[in-house]
Design a binder for this molecule. Structure first.
Ligand SMILES: NC(=O)c1ccc[n+]([C@@H]2O[C@H](COP(=O)([O-])OP(=O)(O)OC[C@H]3O[C@@H](n4cnc5c(N)ncnc54)[C@H](O)[C@@H]3O)[C@@H](O)[C@H]2O)c1
Ligand SMILES: [Zn+2]
Length: 359
């Protein structure tokens, strides 16, 4: 599937021949490349490197890294910069980043900062990276104080979704990606939620191509309308204001997608009575997430820790707690203020498993 969006200067290609697509995109742009690959998809990285070579693109090096949020840190970027220098990466080279969202965020940021910016191409190997992280040019790493505190917007040459790589992805990881698919549906494509509801969670991951490409298209459209996040792009933070705070408060034991699923529930509760978000729509969202194995219960996480992570975010922006909140399926409102009390009440709701009669 090739997603071409008005205003987006690069293509998003999701398919089973990622190595060929990568070589085709790189071929028009450079003669040299450096491949950064998540250790868990090292064989995909190798295949891509060989395919680049076969297409007359010299591969200066292949660096395999441990991925995961714990490694989305400055030290990973520093290590990549060292490897780039040692391999002779220059401004005419292309960085190809093969992995999930943590790897593409870190390697993309290394590309954005090396020699004031060299071109890069993410090859996404998780559902989450295909539908979200690899699209839109946001790159960066975490600080101990918070997520994504260092970063740059650095648009890639293109985005490749490597469907074949999904054969090794665990159902658990695939499930975390569904949270971003559901998020996309709530923001801008109500019929995508129906597709999620009709999709068999246990079907082989290659059969997820439709969901993945439709969710990726939502992200691409929004990013194309506002590449530098001056306005509309903030709607992509649906589920993330609470989600990021949960992620941080759990010290990243709760994965990004799982935290976003909890955030979607919490922000739906916050929206009730504020935006006209209906319990029926809310229930559909929760049911869709639950089908894919999200339990949507907060567990023993301290509400104070979540609130202080959120306040810290708020200080960055100045002023009150503001959220992107759902209005109805396919429509959200950005910048809606909610009292701390309302947010705490939502966290209380999350202490219990969702039931039909409740939020
Ligand atoms: N830049 C953005 O706009 C943006 C948007 C959304 C999310 N993100 C970021 O994305 C990150 C989450 O990404 P993620 O969920 O892909 O996590 P991840 O990169 O940690 O990948 C999840 C796990 O799966 C492994 N893995 C990756 N591909 C695999 C495959 N094909 N087979 C087997 N194992 C595989 C990884 O090694 C890792 O252990 C977060 O840091 C989040 O902040 C960024
Ligand atoms: Zn996200």
């Amino acid at each position: 599937v090739r997603i071409v969006v008005d205003g987006l200067s690069y293509p998003i290609v999701i398919g089973t021949e990622a190595q060929e697509e990568t070589a085709a995109l790189a071929g028009g742009a450079c003669e040299r490349a450096f491949v950064v690959s998540d250790r868990n998809v090292a064989s995909r990285g190798e295949l891509i490197a060989r395919t680049l070579e076969r297409n007359a693109i010299a591969v200066l090096g292949v660096e395999c890294l441990d991925a995961g949020e714990r490694n989305k840190r400055w030290k990973t970027v520093a290590r990549l910069h060292d490897a780039f220098v040692a391999a002779g990466v220059d401004r005419a080279s292309l960085i190809v980043a093969v992995g999930g969202g943590t790897l593409t965020d870190a390697a993309g940021f290394a590309a954005a900062t090396y020699m004031r910016g060299v071109r890069w191409l993410p090859v996404a190997t998780t559902v989450l990276a295909m539908v979200d992280a690899a699209i839109g040019g946001k790159t960066g790493v975490d600080l101990p104080q918070g997520k994504n505190l260092i970063g740059a917007i650095w648009q890639p040459l293109g985005v490749v979704g490597d469907l074949a790589s999904l054969s090794t992805l665990s159902q658990r990881e695939a499930k975390t990606g569904i949270a971003e698919v559901v998020k996309a549906a709530v923001i801008d494509d109500a019929s995508l939620l129906t597709a999620v509801e009709c999709h068999d969670p246990h079907s082989p991951l290659e059969e997820w191509a439709e969901l993945i490409s439709r969710a990726a298209a939502v992200k691409a459209r929004i990013v194309a309308a506002d590449p530098n996040e001056r306005g509309k792009r903030t709607v992509l933070n649906l589920g993330h204001t609470v989600g990021h705070a949960i992620e941080h408060a759990s010290k990243y034991r709760i994965a990004h997608g799982a935290a976003v699923a909890l955030g979607l529930r919490a922000e739906g509760v916050i929206a009730s009575g504020l935006t006209g978000w209906s319990r029926d729509d809310h229930q559909r969202v929760l049911a869709a997430l639950r089908r894919f194995g999200h339990r949507l219960r907060l567990g023993r996480l301290s509400h104070n820790a979540i609130m202080s992570a959120m306040r810290w975010d708020k200080k960055r922006l100045g002023g009150a707690l503001r959220f992107v909140l759902p209005i109805r399926l396919g429509e959200v409102a950005a910048g809606v203020e909610a009292s701390e009390e309302r947010v705490r009440e939502a966290l209380q709701v999350l202490a219990r498993a969702p039931r039909r009669s409740t939020w």
